[in-house]
Design a protein around this ligand. Structure first.
Ligand SMILES: Nc1ncnc2c1ncn2[C@@H]1O[C@H](COP(=O)(O)OP(=O)(O)OP(=O)(O)O)[C@@H](O)[C@H]1O
Length: 310
């Protein structure tokens, strides 16, 4: 079942800037989707529109089957949002702030649940602290606690780990993993490709208000993934011997390293042939290593391609 459906979504801001230029997106229940994109790509606008905080110019958005404009309250009640901006009331204390959010969503009191959330976020000891006295990372933890307080079916995390330490990032990934186990649908925007690689089922790349790509993470990595075999030679070569030419090989590091690039999805990598040819040419090998392209390489090359002049 699609939990979030976005159809032909356009957003033109008051000044005339078109931040979303026709976005279609369908997110299944229990799925974790990571939206990657450079600054200004439209990620926050897309999330804010799905959460009903920004009015679409045209197109439709449904969450749990409820239209986010016509049926705002029903749609919003299913959504937990961890915003990019820290928007806490400075004088409110941690536990009351989280309790207040739960109440706002019309949920009955559940102190055990709130305690569990605060403990998982290492906030329990800070429950009576005013939010203004917390560090930036702690404030971000409070935002996450508030978003989880009303047991949302869909959780939006808008760059939740921007500028936070490794510990919070790991805590957050663990929480996401646990929520996935309970069937929560999660949409996260991030600049950290490592984050998408670690936790997403599907990856979307957005730039200039358009979704450039939307694909299963594993399939994407194997489809676009390139692998490099680096062969360190005993003695450097000035040029490639004729038998090794025209095979996409390159010499690097002053001829000491032979680089063979191949497609991870291809049936044959050509490595066995290459090694046999090196031996018959009398070229001694000192060491070999491989390097596989990451989501980051794929992302950078996609965005660069879009920015090339037509
Ligand atoms: N309220 C607004 N009025 C006018 N333009 C806006 C408004 N909000 C955002 N924009 C513009 O829309 C574009 C997309 O912004 P958005 O915040 O959605 O990008 P983003 O992908 O979340 O970027 P970042 O990674 O920097 O947070 C930007 O060019 C931004 O300047």
């Amino acid at each position: 079942m699609a939990m979030v459906e976005v159809e032909g979504l356009r957003k033109v801001y008051d000044g005339g800037f078109e931040a979303l230029k026709g976005v279609d997106l369908s997110i299944e229940k229990g799925e974790i989707l990571a939206l990657l994109g450079p600054n200004g790509a439209g990620k926050t606008t897309l999330i804010s529109t799905i959460c009903g905080l920004v009015q679409p110019t045209s197109g439709a958005v449904r969450v749990g089957g409820h239209d986010v404009v016509r049926d705002y309250r029903a749609a919003r009640s299913l959504i937990g949002l961890v915003p990019q901006e820290i928007n806490l009331e400075p004088f409110s204390k941690v536990l009351p702030a989280v309790r207040f959010t739960r109440g706002l969503f019309g949920k009955p009191r559940n102190e055990a649940l709130l305690e569990d959330i605060l403990r998982r976020l290492s906030l329990w000891d800070k429950r009576d602290t005013q939010t203004r006295a917390l560090s930036g990372g702690m404030k971000r933890r409070v935002l996450i606690a508030k978003a989880l307080s009303h047991e949302p079916e869909v959780l939006f995390l808008d760059e939740p780990t921007a500028g936070v330490d490794v510990e919070l990032r790991r805590d957050m990934w663990a929480i996401v993993e646990e929520l996935r186990g309970r069937g929560t649908t999660i949409i996260l925007t991030t600049h950290y490709i490592e984050e998408a690689e670690a936790i997403a089922d599907r990856v979307g790349v957005i730039n200039g208000g358009r979704i450039l790509l939307l694909e299963d993470k594993k399939r994407l990595l194997s489809r676009l993934g390139r692998k490099e075999l680096r062969v360190e030679l005993d003695t450097s070569l000035a040029t490639l011997p004729p038998a090794l030419q025209n095979r996409g090989l390159a010499l690097e590091d002053g001829g000491r390293v032979l680089v063979h690039t191949y497609d991870t999805a291809a049936d044959r990598s050509g490595i066995a042939h290459l090694m046999a040819d090196l031996r018959s040419e009398g070229i001694a090998v000192r060491d070999v290593s491989t390097r596989q392209s990451t989501l980051e390489d794929i992302f950078v090359s996609m965005v660069a391609k879009q920015e090339e002049p037509a």
